[in-house]
Design a protein around this ligand. Sequence first.
Ligand SMILES: C[S@@+](CC[C@H](N)C(=O)[O-])C[C@H]1O[C@@H](n2cnc3c(N)ncnc32)[C@H](O)[C@@H]1O
Length: 216
Amino acid sequence: MLQESGAAVLYVVGADHDWVEDAQGRRCFVHPGRFFQRTARTPPVPLVRAVGAARVIVDGTCGLGQDALVLAGTGAEVLAYERSRVVHCLLDEGLSRLARRDDALGDAARRVTLLEGDVARADWPRGDVDCVVLDPMWDRTFPGAQEMQTLALVADGRGFSPETLRTLAARVPRLVMKLPANGRGPDGLTWTGRVQATRAAFVIADGSGEHGAGGE
Ligand SMILES: C[S@@+](CC[C@H](N)C(=O)[O-])C[C@H]1O[C@@H](n2cnc3c(N)ncnc32)[C@H](O)[C@@H]1O
């Protein structure tokens, strides 16, 4: 699996959790992160505001699962897709571990269904999903993003073509894409809204799907 990824990293199965470690000894693994601060915050964090009212959400780029957990922390069911086999393996261990906790984080982890594969080929029943969230592997150089740089070694960094964005948006009332703070929505969709955060921005494409305008 690591040979397939072509990355110079170790996959370590530890006593308490698994992690990926790069040549500089930097590690990344699935952990609570700022789950409790993010879910307790009023008004809701920018990602949750961008998604709006949603019962079922597809996280099409699950990564280390931070956003999926925050979204599941709102009570939504999250279908979480991950295309990299290495990252999927890390997530499988991490989400199962968190799901054993007897607290809000455990509840959230139990509402995340992890699926291996390309979200562009995902096959959920039409009408069942309220929003798709995408957070492609942008070049993140802001402080505190070290684990993202380690993750980038094993993650899928191909991004989304305009055609894929249109196909995904056509299947749901709302599509949200996370960008760097000063980023603009990529070509392919008409972006109808934006929620600005300090270190990121969320652009919203509403109403391209068969269900018409959705959301808040
Ligand atoms: C920037 S990370 C996402 C971080 C995540 N939002 C979090 O909160 O931890 C992007 C992840 O999406 C995955 N990915 C990229 N394109 C994908 C696709 N088409 N389908 C499924 N996963 C994809 C990458 O392998 C990578 O792990």
